[in-house]
Design a protein around this ligand. Structure first.
Ligand SMILES: CC(C)(COP(=O)(O)OP(=O)(O)OC[C@H]1O[C@@H](n2cnc3c(N)ncnc32)[C@H](O)[C@@H]1OP(=O)(O)O)[C@@H](O)C(=O)NCCC(=O)NCCS
Length: 196
């Protein structure tokens, strides 16, 4: 079963989050846990927790998988005009964390979680999922219909081309709407049609 995480499940959600290589110093983990706790207490539409979706996959009501989906940091970059940032967070979202307990892997749980995420965001009119992933996770995301790119490049119409690069990460994008396509501009693979 895949359902919204409850406020009293912060420990279980955080333990699953720690299965991801977060590229984060240990002394920042308590702050991350309290951020998750505050977010889980903030239950409101349109997703499980506002613009964030915190879901748990359970077996016999025991959490075995977790996902956090929500606006990515780049969408809030002040280089992007405020009007476009407001539109972006209603058109694109990002899989921030996806993890399945080691005892329950390769049974399709992460696949079921991603399928649920896609259908919930597509139903809300979102046009794409865009995420950052470790190089070694490339196969997992491309097998699930994402295009993995060394650099994020997004056509923001009149606001131009937004790009982000971090050598530690790759970027992956999955259109949820046929209006979103990949084009080539200035030698880069560019996500186009997001703001249509
Ligand atoms: C990545 C991760 C979430 C995948 O979870 P999972 O539930 O094992 O994923 P799935 O079972 O849906 O799919 C994974 C593989 O199992 C295979 N699989 C799915 N169902 C299967 C089944 N019933 N029998 C055998 N294999 C199966 C899939 O084909 C896939 O194989 P592939 O990667 O070789 O293509 C999990 O390995 C994990 O938590 N890793 C640590 C955290 C992490 O790195 N997260 C990603 C970064 S945010």
């Amino acid at each position: 079963m895949i359902r919204a995480a409850r406020a009293d499940e912060v420990d279980a959600f955080f333990d699953l989050t720690l299965l991801v290589d977060l590229h984060m110093p240990a002394d920042q983990l308590p702050a991350l846990k309290s951020t998750i706790g505050e977010a889980l207490a903030d239950v409101r539409p349109p997703f499980s927790h506002g613009l964030n979706h915190f879901l748990l996959a359970t077996l016999d009501d025991q959490p075995v998988g977790a996902v956090h989906v929500g606006p990515a940091r780049w969408m809030l970059d002040r280089k992007i005009p405020a009007r476009i940032r407001r539109t972006l967070v209603e058109k694109v979202t990002s899989v921030d964390t996806i993890a399945v307990h080691g005892d329950h892997r390769r049974q399709g749980i992460a696949t079921a979680i991603l399928t649920r995420v896609e259908s919930d965001f597509a139903a809300a009119g979102y046009q794409a999922l865009a995420l950052r992933h470790e190089h070694r996770m490339r196969h997992f995301f491309t097998a699930h219909g994402f295009t993995s790119l060394p650099r994020l490049a997004v056509d923001l119409g009149p606001a131009g081309l937004f790009t982000e690069y971090d050598r530690e990460w790759k970027y992956a994008v999955k259109p949820l709407d046929p209006a979103v396509t990949f084009t080539t501009q200035r030698g880069l693979t560019v996500v186009s049609g997001l703001l249509n």
